[in-house]
Design a protein around this ligand. Structure first.
Ligand code: CP
Length: 308
């Protein structure tokens, strides 16, 4: 019998599996018709206890594009969580109705609890300030497609590096490729958590620097990964208001960057990228969203063990 697999962190996948997923996603992108019925009869459940536009809808779009169907809830309030049902009980129920489940939860570790009680594959679609592995798959595929490689890059990560779960997952994934250098750009209060810094220190192949001024970093970057300040994770509104506009990427700052630097952002954007930057050919954050659907299609196929 095939062992049940979940995705909680990008580290659950070997580099070979990551590369194979991106290869499959590229094949789907170039020939979507071939995959239009590969999930006929399958059901994806999206259990979202926290708001989402991209992740939930791109999972649903991924399944619909492969002939499957979707069901789920978009907020804790519209599920029996509002009556006090546990995540463990909820996934036991979902396992009776669906073949695979994508779960987002404000509490770190909640999707792992679900996985421990599930009889279907569970995908972590973001857990608190911890991890967001399918955003990382999206980011890796975008970088590989647009830059041709995941090695030898200088990557600037800017904004809320403390609470930004997409940043934590992306660093861990990129650390497995050769010669990646990181420039962490954040205010003092929003620096990377210590456990990620410790991981960085153990990798002789990776270099990193922590700085405060975005302008200083711009000329050396191959990739600039902007993030919003995560209002929902702050303990008080005063701190959020003080820090929310610490970085605003605008045309003037873009003039400092290389001609072939690309700007990524997991989105949603608030103020940290001025709308005027959207017209710059190096702004790739809307293109990035489309890669997210293809890589989620590849992931669903892998976890459902559907081979084409
Ligand atoms: N990038 C991302 O997770 O977006 P949503 O919160 O809209 O899903």
């Amino acid at each position: 019998m095939n062992e049940l697999r979940h995705l909680m962190s990008p580290l659950d996948l070997s580099v070979e599996e990551l590369n194979a997923l991106m290869d499959t996603a590229e094949k789907i992108r170039s020939d979507p018709e071939r995959y239009a019925h590969v999930c006929d009869g399958k059901i994806l459940a999206t259990c979202f206890y926290e708001p989402s536009t991209r992740t939930r809808l791109s999972f649903e779009s991924a399944m619909l594009h492969m002939g499957g169907r979707t069901m789920g809830f978009a907020s804790a309030d519209s599920s029996s969580a509002a009556k006090g049902e546990s995540v463990a009980d909820t996934i036991r129920i979902i396992s009776c109705f669906a073949d695979i489940c994508a779960m987002r939860h404000p509490k770190e570790g909640a999707p792992m609890v679900a996985a421990a009680h599930s009889t279907i594959p569970v995908i972590n679609a973001g857990d608190g300030g911890h991890q967001h592995p399918t955003q990382t798959l999206t980011d890796l595929m975008t970088i590989r497609s647009l830059k041709g490689t995941l090695s030898g890059m200088t990557v600037g990560l800017c904004g809320d590096l403390k609470f930004g779960r997409t940043v934590h997952s992306l660093i861990q994934a990129l650390l497995r490729y050769e010669n990646v250098r990181f420039v962490m750009i954040s205010p003092e209060e929003l620096k990377l958590p210590g456990y990620i810094i410790e991981e960085l220190k153990t990798k002789p192949n990776a270099g990193f620097a922590e700085i405060t001024k975005l302008e200083e970093a711009m000329p050396m970057l191959d990739i600039l990964y902007m993030t919003r300040v995560q209002r929902e994770r702050f303990f008080n509104e005063e701190d959020y208001v003080r820090l929310k506009d610490f970085y605003i990427l605008d045309k003037k700052k873009m003039r400092l960057a290389k001609e072939d630097m690309i700007v990524l952002h997991p989105l949603p954007r608030v103020n940290e990228i001025a709308v005027e930057v959207d017209q710059d050919p190096r702004a790739k954050y809307f293109e990035q969203v489309k890669y997210g659907m293809y890589i989620r299609m590849a992931l669903i196929l892998m976890l459902l063990r559907i081979e084409i």
